[in-house]
Design a protein around this ligand. Structure first.
Ligand SMILES: [Ca+2]
Length: 126
């Protein structure tokens, strides 16, 4: 049942509050894997393809820091929320930089594909 939520991945690059707030959207091929992120959560994973250590973040939290284990160690992630767009990002010079935004039910199997492997500091509702 959860698997039906995961179909594709959307990549959105943006800088919150940045003057040059261009929005770039690209899509990557869908991939089928074993999904372990419960409905209403977003999950970040240590390794590609939603494997390795996991941090599950309640979809009711607006913002969550990565745990010490996951900080600068996230390689893939999933948004199992029903409605919420979730962004993943890092702090850059005191500002939030969002590397990617996932629609509900989407996942990113390889953050390295967008140059963001092992860099995430937080996830946040958009
Ligand atoms: Ca990693």
């Amino acid at each position: 049942m959860i698997a039906s939520w995961f179909r594709k991945v959307i990549t959105v690059g943006l800088v919150a509050g940045g003057a040059a707030g261009g929005l770039v959207v690209t899509s990557a091929p869908a991939q089928a894997h074993v999904y372990s992120c419960p409905t209403h959560y977003e999950c970040v994973y240590e390794h590609n393809n939603l494997t390795g250590a996991v941090q599950m973040v309640s979809g009711y939290l607006g913002f969550a820091d990565m745990t010490p284990i996951m900080h600068d160690n996230v390689s893939s992630w999933a948004n199992a929320n029903i409605h919420a767009l979730i962004g993943i990002g890092e702090w850059r010079g005191g500002h939030k930089y969002f590397a990617q935004v996932l629609k509900p039910g989407w996942y990113e199997p390889n953050l390295g594909s967008i140059g963001f492997n092992d860099r995430a500091d937080f996830v946040q509702h958009m």
